[in-house]
Ligand binder design. Structure first.
Ligand code: HEM
Ligand SMILES: N[C@@H](CC(=O)c1ccccc1NC=O)C(=O)O
Length: 295
């Protein structure tokens, strides 16, 4: 407070280390759109419901970390969806703008693990029991992102059979061509020799490596000046996959330091199950080509 606490217009008190409010600032917001109403903050900030009893101090962090991740996953899906639509209408430049944003969001998501890493095994064990069988394995948005990138698996749909909205979202993503499918279709329209078996593949299948695609990718990497935008696009996809693996790796490391080799609440073996995801690749030929370049 300044020396004159009645000075609400803030015209005096230069020494009080208090910022005067300007007269023009809108304070009567009756009937107007506000910060909170626009952002839906009443819902958002009342969506944290710790289940431990008595409430464990660290459960709030656990919830917020997941919720912020889910918000970013929502944005990732938004960008990945648009990137594919743009590719389908031959707008590579704009599609790559979407991918650039995806990469930045992934950076934030990966960095964020450092916050949860402050949760010790002792603290987590004090409320883990209250989580029952809930698990990140049941994240519909995470699964949708995996599908959008090519890691399709019909069995994952089962987890959502009791939730029609989530099931519908994931089914739509399951049926949709992946980012790589759209990129390869675009490259084919641009004259690259993309094999028909890939262009006509069943997009509900996980993307499997096709040795017959490598020559087309090799053409891009050996003649970057001729195919500059495709060359950039390939490197962006590799960045995206790298980033995805960094997120998975930090999840794995956080899990390891928090629950060691315990099985997961979702019923998996835990660390071993997560480790196996690190062997997967979304864009196999973009990696195969590296062995061949210059050879
Ligand atoms: C102390 C913190 C955490 C632990 C101990 C943990 C543990 C696990 C374990 C053991 C699994 C395997 C499935 C199971 O049996 O439950 C799993 C899966 C998963 N978790 Fe976490 N997790 C943690 C934090 C998070 C956070 C913050 C997220 C962000 C949303 C997350 C997202 C996921 C996802 C998406 C999967 C499925 C991964 C896949 O299918 O490859 N987890 N987690
Ligand atoms: N699967 C974790 C539990 C867990 O981390 C979790 C529980 C509920 C909601 C999200 C979670 N996050 C990631 O799996 C565990 O086994 O401890």
């Amino acid at each position: 407070m300044g020396t004159d606490s009645t000075d609400t217009a803030g015209t005096t008190d230069p020494t009080g280390n208090e910022r005067p409010l300007e007269d023009t600032i809108v304070t009567d917001l009756t009937g107007r759109m506000t910060y909170g109403s626009y952002l839906g903050l009443d819902e958002l900030l009342n969506a944290q419901h710790p289940v431990s009893s008595p409430e464990h101090h660290d459960e709030m962090l656990f919830i917020i970390q997941h919720q912020t991740t889910e918000l970013w996953l929502k944005q990732l899906l938004h960008e990945l969806s648009s990137a594919r639509t743009l590719l389908a209408s031959d707008d590579l430049r704009e599609a790559l703008k979407r991918v650039a944003r995806v990469k930045r969001i992934q950076d934030v998501m990966t960095q964020q693990w450092s916050v949860l890493a402050t949760l010790t095994p002792t603290e987590y064990a004090q409320f883990r029991g209250a989580l029952g069988n809930s698990s990140g394995f049941q994240s519909v948005q995470y699964r949708a992102v995996e599908f959008a990138l090519g890691n399709k698996n019909e069995r994952m749909l089962q987890v959502f059979r009791d939730h029609p909205t989530n099931l519908a979202l994931l089914k739509t993503e399951f049926e949709r061509p992946t980012l790589y499918d759209e990129f390869l279709r675009f490259a084919s329209r641009r004259g690259l020799p993309i094999p028909t078996e890939i262009l006509e593949r069943d997009v509900r299948e996980p993307y499997r490596p096709h040795p017959s695609l490598v020559p087309a990718i090799r053409e891009i990497y050996e003649n970057p000046q001729t195919h500059w935008d495709l060359y950039e696009a390939c490197e962006d996809l590799v960045d995206l996959e790298d980033n995805f693996q960094f997120w998975r790796f930090r999840h794995l490391k956080t899990v390891t330091r928090t629950i060691g080799m315990k099985p997961g609440t979702g019923g998996s073996s835990g660390v071993g199950f997560l480790q196996r995801a690190l062997e997967l690749t979304f864009f196999p030929e973009l990696y195969t080509v590296r062995t061949e370049i210059g050879a």
